[in-house]
Design a protein around this ligand. Structure first.
Ligand SMILES: [Zn+2]
Length: 255
């Protein structure tokens, strides 16, 4: 996508310290995360799937195959957590078969914020949001979508971290296990420079000030807790840490 369209309030001078982002276009990964705890298997976001989304997308519908490569089947997943209701995060909730549409993860409860459904629920029958009718409404109809608010425990190890702004109910996840922490950031940040420039809110952020405040809160927490960053949109695999260089934060990717 075009960098100046996506980050429409940043100038070329703003990008100067980030040589990886000097080109006029930005490529973005669309990643999901699978968390396997002692008792539970949680999938975070379901990608773009086969949706007709008019995006320049090099590969499609790899999620179920990648889950299989990790040693899991769709029926093993007991919770599908959706960070928010944009199309690149919900696209494999449902799958079409010869017998019709079915939840891709048949044994899962799906979880999303109440605040996102309050907004996106009113758009189900509008054309640009046709994906909601295909990928979200059937979950409501089947009563397998849980609408949550605030900080709640998804499992013993996973707590929701509300980071509103990108969407009204955008929610990141904080994972604590054996003394270590990780944060699945969702779209509270789209590119690594935003870890350093928390005030950069891109065009799709519905409330840019709120998004910037959430991003700052989240990055402060990540730094304080020495948490691992996990991002679906950062260059794959999307993991990294924050270090301080000359009093500035810096994102260091882990390959
Ligand atoms: Zn996204």
């Amino acid at each position: 996508m075009k960098k100046n369209v996506f980050f429409n309030t940043q100038s070329d001078a703003d990008w100067k310290p980030y040589p990886d982002y000097h080109a006029p276009t930005i490529g973005m990964n669309v990643g999901s995360f699978l968390i396997h705890t002692e008792k539970r298997t949680v999938l975070v976001d379901t990608g773009l799937g086969k949706l007709d989304h008019h995006l320049d997308q090099t590969t499609r519908e790899t999620l179920v195959g990648e889950i299989a490569a990790a040693g899991f089947q769709p029926q093993d997943i007991d919770t599908v957590f959706l960070t928010h209701m944009h199309m690149d995060h919900v696209g494999t909730n449902m799958t079409e078969t010869d017998q019709g549409w079915f939840p891709t993860f048949p044994n899962a409860r799906y979880v999303v914020s109440k605040a996102d459904w309050a907004l996106f629920g009113s758009r189900v029958n509008t054309r640009p949001f046709a994906y909601l009718k295909e990928q979200i409404q059937p979950l409501i109809d089947a009563d397998i979508l849980d609408l949550i608010e605030g900080e709640i425990n998804i499992t013993e190890e996973i707590t929701t971290l509300p980071t509103p702004g990108h969407t009204p109910g955008h929610t990141s996840l904080l994972i604590s296990s054996e003394g270590e922490k990780a944060v699945i950031v969702g779209d509270a940040a789209h590119v690594p420079p935003q870890i350093e420039e928390t005030q950069w809110s891109p065009a799709p952020d519905r409330d840019k000030d709120r998004s910037a405040a959430s991003r700052k809160m989240m990055v402060d927490l990540i730094e304080k807790e020495h948490a691992l960053i996990a991002s679906g949109h950062f260059p794959s695999p999307g993991f990294g840490n924050i270090i301080r260089v000359d009093s500035r934060r810096k994102f260091i990717p882990i390959s």
